[in-house]
Design a protein around this ligand. Structure first.
Ligand SMILES: Nc1nc2c(ncn2[C@@H]2O[C@H](COP(=O)(O)OP(=O)(O)OP(=O)(O)O)[C@@H](O)[C@H]2O)c(=O)[nH]1
Ligand SMILES: [Mg+2]
Length: 384
């Protein structure tokens, strides 16, 4: 069989997490219309059956990453670090470009060459290592309705260059994926592909729509062809590396992204404080009525940076927190397959995004280590 790691790279909102979910057929990563949704790298594992005369069976470990953006806070730098770590182990890299945005940029570049407007970035050719680029003040009106707060809007052209700089250092096959093609007229795609082919020597260029599942089979086939021969990295039925406890935290954060605006989603973080799995149900007696689903009890803290943000998260008479809780609980119940009792509370932690220790403590891999330590300490007296 074949197996390997495939890093999914791209600017914020390119559709990386949507692609991961479409490929795995599971909700592995949260998705939102707001940029910078993903904060940690997340693996999604896909088993591919052998196709006679086409390819052998394979296990592909896709690794979703945070969107490449100019770091402003310690949280941003941590997100960039996650990208570097995903690139350390990879056999193939997928670079996702939102086709709707590229079409806008192409159009802007064409307009600018006639209007000679120096503020519009030139998209061709992309030069790695050069960070000077013109400022793009208004966002293109693409499929993505939401925009980051003004102070977080950064320079798109230079971030594209940074992304290309990252992949130029790689020695593995790099595929370009034009995403969200369901939103772009077909006649716009060909010239775009032509331009991008001149800018970088991609091993493959594949237009996809994760939403419509267009291009998925071709993508998987090309990846399997490029992977080395090897054994599975994960058990056959495991679809992600994230423990459920952290998927739950992400589902709560997803509701915050959906339910709140402005600064609040960016200044929010979720930490699970209590996660009590139900006792295994006793065997059912013959003829007895089916037992109610077991209950998982979860308590989570939502961190934000200011009192004003806390007031927004709680809402009038607690209404907003209730909406967040109800929406999250439904998703968590479908993830866990149990009923869920969810308790949420909001804590102000001023300037946490700038705090190295706080940001590190949020990382689920670090939390997992600490939990292991705590459990180890609790068990110690019995071990003696
Ligand atoms: N129409 C359409 N929308 C898509 C498609 N893929 C993603 N989107 C939308 O694009 C937005 C961003 O998608 P995400 O998957 O969260 O993007 P991302 O690259 O993971 O973003 P970050 O985590 O912020 O870096 C969401 O509103 C998605 O629903 C697609 O194939 N078609
Ligand atoms: Mg994402």
């Amino acid at each position: 069989m074949k197996s390997g790691f495939v890093a999914i790279l791209g600017r914020p909102n390119a559709g990386k997490s949507t692609l991961l979910n479409a490929l795995t057929g599971e909700k592995v990563a949260i998705v939102s219309a707001k940029p910078q949704t993903t904060r940690n790298r997340i693996a999604g594992v896909v088993e591919v059956a052998a196709r006679k005369g086409v390819h052998p069976a394979a296990q592909i470990v896709f690794v979703d990453t945070p969107g490449v953006h100019k770091p402003g806070s310690h949280l941003d730098r941590r997100m960039l670090q996650e990208i570097y770590e995903a690139l350390e182990t990879r056999d193939v890299v997928l670079v996702l470009m939102d086709a709707t945005r590229r079409v806008q940029l192409e159009a802007a570049a064409t307009d600018s060459s006639s209007a000679k407007d120096s503020r519009v970035p030139q998209v061709s050719p992309l030069r790695p290592g050069t960070s000077e680029a013109s400022d793009l003040e208004s966002e293109p009106s693409t499929s993505v309705p939401a925009s980051p707060p003004k102070h977080e809007r950064t320079n798109w052209a230079s971030e594209d260059e940074f992304l290309f700089g990252l992949i130029r250092k790689l020695d593995c096959p790099v595929f370009l994926l034009l995403t969200k093609i369901d939103l772009v007229p077909k006649d716009h795609l060909l010239p775009l592909i032509d331009t991008l082919t001149k800018q970088f020597s991609f091993a493959q260029i594949i237009p996809v729509s994760a939403r419509k599942r267009d291009g998925m089979d071709l993508l998987v086939r090309k990846i399997v062809e490029a992977l080395p021969t090897g054994e599975r990295f994960y058990p056959k039925d495991q679809y992600t590396d994230q423990p459920q406890r952290f998927m739950v935290a992400e589902l709560i954060r997803e509701r915050i992204l959906v339910e709140t605006g402005e600064e609040v989603p960016y200044a929010s973080a979720v930490v699970i404080e209590r996660f009590e799995e139900p006792e295994p149900a006793p065997p059912r007696k013959k003829g007895a009525a089916p037992a109610r689903l077991p209950l998982t009890r979860i308590a989570a803290a939502i961190y934000c940076e200011r009192d004003g943000q806390k007031a927004i998260l709680i809402g009038k008479g607690g209404s907003k927190l209730k909406e967040i809780g109800t929406g999250a609980r439904r998703q968590i119940e479908s993830l866990l397959g149990t009923r869920v009792y969810l308790e949420l509370h909001v804590i102000v932690e001023p300037g946490w995004r700038e705090s190295k220790s706080f940001v590190e403590s949020l990382d689920w891999r670090n939390q997992l280590e600490r939990l292991g330590e705590v459990q180890g300490t609790e068990k110690a007296p019995e071990d003696k």
